[in-house]
Structure formats: C-alpha cells, structure tokens
Design a protein around this ligand. Structure first.
Ligand SMILES: O=C(O)CCC(=O)c1ccccc1C(=O)O
Ligand SMILES: [Mg+2]
Length: 337
C-alpha cells in the first residue's frame, strides 16, 4: 500500500472523481448494476469500486489500487495478450448458451456454483450445459466459500466427471480448504483447489500458501491494494496465480490486465472477461475479450480511459455520488493513517 507520504492530496482525488452506475445484462453477486468512482491523476485513470457492503479498512486497499493506477501507472508487461475465461453466473442451465455467447470464443469458462437457494442439481445442470457447449474448454467452478467441507467434497466429487481445471474457494477458511483438498486427494480425485477469498479478504494473504491449503491462488488488483502489491504476493506465495476481476469497469479491468501482463508466469486463463457482462461501459473501446484474449497494448499505452460523454450518460444519481465521495474521504483517512 502507498505510504501516507506518497498519497496525492485528497483535493486532487475529489476534483477528478466521476461516479458512475452501469447496468449489467445479467445478475451477478445478486445485483444488476455496478457503481464505481473513477479518479484521474498524472499517470491515467484509476477505479475505486469496493462492493457496497465492505467496510472502510477493507475498501481502503481498493483506493490504494486506484491511486497506483492514476498517480504511478503500471509496471512493464512481459506479454502481449492475456487469455481470459468466460464467467457464467448462477443462472439456470437453459441460459448458459446465451451467457457464453457474450464472450465469443474462449478456451476456459468459470461457472459459479453453490448459490444460495439453489441445489447441487442446479450446479450439475449448469456445468453440464457448459461442457456440452464447449467440450474442450477448461472448466473451473467458483463456490465463493458457500459450501461446508462435507458439501464441497460431495459436490466436487459429483462435478469431477465433467472435468474440472480447478475449484475456486469451495469452502470458507484456510483449514476448510486444506481439508477439502486432502479429502479429495484421499479419494483419488485430483481437483486442484484455488484460494480466492482466503487471499483477498485475509488479514495475511500469504497464510493460505504457507499452510499448503491451495494449489493456486486467485489475485485481484484492487482488493489487494494494487498491481505491485499483488505481484509481490504472487512472488512470495510461490504458487501459480490466476488474475481475476472484481466486476470492474474497463478502467478497473485495465489494472487486472496490467497485473496479468506483468506476472512472470501465467499458466491459466484469467477471470478478466467480465466486461462482457456490462450493458454499458465507460470506455469507447471497452476491455471485452476477442478470440479468448484481452490485448495488453491499449492498457500499456494508457488508452483505456473513460469517455466524457459516457461518464455523463452513466453518472450515478446525486445522492450516490455524495455517498461515494464520503466513502472516498473515509478510505483516504485510513490510508493516511
Ligand atoms: O473470475 C471471474 O471469472 C470473474 C470475476 C468473479 O468471479 C468475481 C467478481 C466479483 C467478485 C468476486 C468474484 C469472484 O471471483 O469470486
Ligand atoms: Mg472467486
């Protein structure tokens, strides 16, 4: 996180702040719209968009990431394109073809599972529909920590025959992940376990790696406090990493692309295709996948910027702008210590 002495003045953040509300074409995390506060600094634009229920301490890391993007810019890329997965929210199986069509050709698909109010049968049907549409794709599932250990073992045992690349955060907590992982191995099922919430919401993002509780880690630029901090975490974790979005606008996705582009190794497709779920974005040329990849060049060239007309068109209502500016001030105070 940026040391307090390196923080730009709050007035500069406030002066450039644009608050948008963007409609999605499909419900994600239970919502049909995404709000974000965008700031402009000498290095470009940054996105501050912690989910509405997050507290100020957790949200302040997202602000550090926005400040890095706008005042410091991104480290040099080592690749020209970032392969991405399509993301299938917890929709009914009959909607899978329509959702997949949004991404175009992708070599990997992430399927949300364990949605509250749904059953294992719903998950099996959704994953089956993805497998039917894309027989050769890498299919990974994400339970967002919603299963118990027993439920996770049962569900992943049932899902494994579809061929799973890995299971993301099947259950909450590092001990739970370790137990799911070892119980699957003991039964001869090699489903790699990826840690997401156990990295991005943990007090110590490295503990899951030290505990040997996961085979890979999911890293997101904003929740981890920026691209450089995320790179450091991957280096120290010593595990393969998958860069994923936080349902960002193209400005936030650019930070994810910069992170994925700067990682020494990128063995899996990244979860950065979510721009395709937005009905509208802030950039004239949004970061949506083409041919299964996102290009690094426009990010490195600082071309992924909001269009003033789109910012105006999608400006959040006045009371929401006030709410975001107040949140910005509180999180700035956290960073300033
Ligand atoms: O990884 C992806 O495919 C898309 C991003 C995603 O799933 C996500 C988006 C917003 C908040 C949490 C998550 C998550 O990975 O759990
Ligand atoms: Mg996840």
């Amino acid at each position: 996180m940026s040391p307090a002495s390196q923080l730009p003045p709050l007035a500069e953040l406030e002066a450039s702040a644009a608050v948008v509300r963007l409609p999605l074409t499909v419900k994600f995390r239970g919502v049909l719209e995404r709000e974000a506060l965008l700031v402009q600094g000498p290095a470009g634009w940054g996105e501050f968009a912690p989910f509405l229920e997050y507290d100020d301490v957790e949200s302040s890391r997202w602000l550090a990431s926005a400040i890095e993007a706008a005042w410091e810019g991104f480290p040099a890329p080592v690749r020209e394109a970032v392969p991405v997965n399509g993301t299938v929210p917890a929709v009914g199986a009959e909607r899978v073809p329509e959702i997949l069509a949004k991404y175009g050709a992708v070599s990997a698909v992430k399927v949300k599972v364990a949605e509250r109010g749904q059953t294992l049968a719903d998950d099996l049907a959704r994953v089956a529909a993805v497998r039917e549409a894309l027989p050769h794709a890498d299919v990974r599932v994400d339970a967002n920590a919603a299963w118990t250990v027993d439920e996770a073992v049962e569900a992943l045992t049932a899902l494994a025959p579809f061929g799973l690349e890995y299971a993301e955060q099947p259950t909450a907590g590092i001990e739970g992940l370790a137990e799911v992982r070892s119980r699957l191995r003991a039964s001869g099922l090699r489903v790699p376990i990826a840690a997401d919430e156990s990295v991005r919401k943990a007090e110590d993002p490295l503990r899951v790696a030290r505990a040997g509780a996961a085979d890979l880690i999911i890293v997101k630029a904003a929740p981890l406090g920026g691209v450089r901090r995320a790179l450091e975490i991957v280096r120290e974790a010593g595990l393969p990493a998958v860069v994923s979005s936080a349902l960002d606008t193209s400005v936030g996705l650019a930070a994810g692309v910069a992170l994925a582009a700067a990682l020494p190794e990128l063995p899996h497709a990244c979860g950065l295709g979510t721009g395709a779920l937005f009905a509208y974005d802030v950039a004239r040329s949004p970061l949506v996948p083409r041919g299964g990849v996102l290009p690094v060049a426009p990010v490195a060239a600082g071309e992924v910027v909001p269009d003033p007309a789109l910012l105006a068109e999608h400006a959040a209502p006045g009371d929401r702008r006030t709410w975001w500016l107040e949140r910005l001030r509180r999180c700035y105070a956290v960073l300033a210590g």
